[in-house]
Design a protein around this ligand. Structure first.
Ligand SMILES: Nc1nc2c(ncn2[C@@H]2O[C@H](COP(=O)(O)OP(=O)(O)OP(=O)(O)O)[C@@H](O)[C@H]2O)c(=O)[nH]1
Length: 407
């Protein structure tokens, strides 16, 4: 009797522990694994999307400007410290170096200021921000008479300061490693010059710098993976993995700006772009008949069909509810009508299945329009929506061109 009660109590404890586990969000308790699983994305920028590269550039640029301003203010202030500490013969060398450094920092700041979202240029600016103080340090080491090096109070910290600065930037691991190795080489050079290379003191400093580099790279990894995760949450629909409406509108405005910029560059004029607005037919009925979760499954399978039917550089987004948008870059209205018809047919032919492998009949209506580069970004979706409305009224499962698009 007592034993059976004990057994029952133990079973109920086990049951409640299992329920607790179920209630835990899937990623909790596996943070370390989640952190390492994103290593591929933080190692290099090879797998980053073009849109993320723009966001990354904006973020990196803000860091370059902030750190550049700090360096540009601190560097002339150090002249005062030099004047108090260094003998006149040494001061002459450091002053020349500082003037060159200041000019370089101002040039980098101006370049970053006018580079906006150009990731390569911003990367170059970030690299120069680290290279300039390193070059200044090298210059002083080379120019100074050997007997005067002990006067350079605090200068030996420059490689350490620069390695620590790596953690401020959302660099990829390879970028940080490359910069870190260059700074370790600078440390070796300074040790050779001051005679501490291959001494206990030199090894200690080298070890410390390497440890600092490892910590900076860990900071880079977590900073960049957080940035990637936030970017994804802000721009993608969690159910289908497609772009969300906000990201689509940004993309649309960018395409129009690009069309304006490229107009007249060659005899063909600007590259055309068309917009398809797609809506699942009688989707409420699917939800009512099969349940909301099956409806969710249909939406994500529909998104897969769209991805398969479009090219890599086309932009596919979930506009809201059961409405989707596809931007077809390089396609005018006539070509877009053909592609829309192909998509409509592919959806009709696709086997959407519920959990019991019963077939769910799914069709889509599509409104088609071509973008005009001088109109506000919301106009094309509005035109395509009107065409979609007419497609619904004409009986659904059909493609309709926008009426107001000028030929
Ligand atoms: N499962 C699921 N349903 C959604 C989601 N978003 C919107 N819906 C449903 O989509 C349905 C849209 O219904 P309606 O606007 O009446 O359109 P419809 O039934 O597709 O009819 P037509 O558009 O006229 O062909 C509603 O029942 C919404 O609840 C979602 O994320 N998941």
């Amino acid at each position: 009797m007592v034993f059976s009660k004990l057994k029952e109590a133990r079973n109920s404890e086990r049951r409640s522990r299992r329920l607790d586990l179920l209630a835990e969000p899937p990623e909790a308790g596996h943070e370390l694994f989640v952190g390492f699983s994103s290593l591929r994305d933080t190692l290099s920028s090879r797998h980053h999307s073009r849109d993320f590269a723009f966001a990354h550039a904006r973020y990196l640029r803000s860091r370059v400007l902030a750190l550049g301003i700090i360096f540009a203010i601190l560097s002339p202030l150090w002249i005062v410290v030099d004047a108090l500490v260094l003998p006149t013969a040494v001061l002459k060398y450091t002053l020349i170096g500082r003037v060159v450094l200041m000019l370089g920092l101002v040039a980098v700041l101006l370049l970053a200021l006018f580079s906006q979202e150009r990731i390569r240029r911003i990367r170059f600016c970030a690299g120069m921000l680290l290279a300039l103080p390193a070059a200044f340090y090298t210059l002083v080491l080379v120019m100074l008479p050997p007997g005067e090096l002990h006067n350079l109070v605090g200068y030996g910290f420059i490689p350490f300061l620069l390695v620590a600065s790596l953690s401020v930037f959302p660099f990829t691991l390879l970028e940080s490693l490359f910069a870190g190795i260059a700074l370790l080489a600078l440390q070796v050079f300074s040790q050779v010059v001051d005679g501490s290379w291959l001494t206990g003191h030199g090894a200690e400093a080298f070890w410390l710098l390497s440890s600092l580099l490892a910590v900076a790279m860990a900071a880079n990894h977590f900073q960049l993976s957080l940035l990637l995760r936030l970017y994804r949450q802000a721009t993608h629909d969690p159910l289908t993995g497609l772009f969300n409406r906000g990201a689509l509108e940004v993309h649309l405005a960018k395409i129009q700006a690009w069309q304006r910029d490229t107009e007249g560059l060659d005899s063909a004029g600007s590259v055309p772009c068309s917009l398809l607005m797609l809506d699942l037919d009688n989707f409420k009925q699917i939800n009512d008949t099969f349940g909301h979760s099956v409806g969710d499954g249909v939406l994500s399978q529909f998104a897969d069909v769209l991805i398969r039917q479009t090219r890599k550089h086309d932009c596919t987004a979930r506009y809201g509810g059961e409405e989707f948008v596809v931007l077809l870059l390089g396609s005018g209205q006539a070509r877009a009508m053909e592609i829309a018809e192909r998509i409509r047919f592919a959806v009709e032919a696709f086997e959407f299945l519920d959990r019991n492998r019963r077939r769910i009949p799914v069709t889509t209506s599509i409104g088609v329009t071509q973008l005009m580069q001088d109109e506000p970004a919301q106009e094309a979706p509005k035109r395509a929506d009107e065409a979609l409305y007419r497609a619904k009224h004409a009986g659904r499962n059909r493609v309709m061109p926008a009426e107001s698009f000028p030929a």
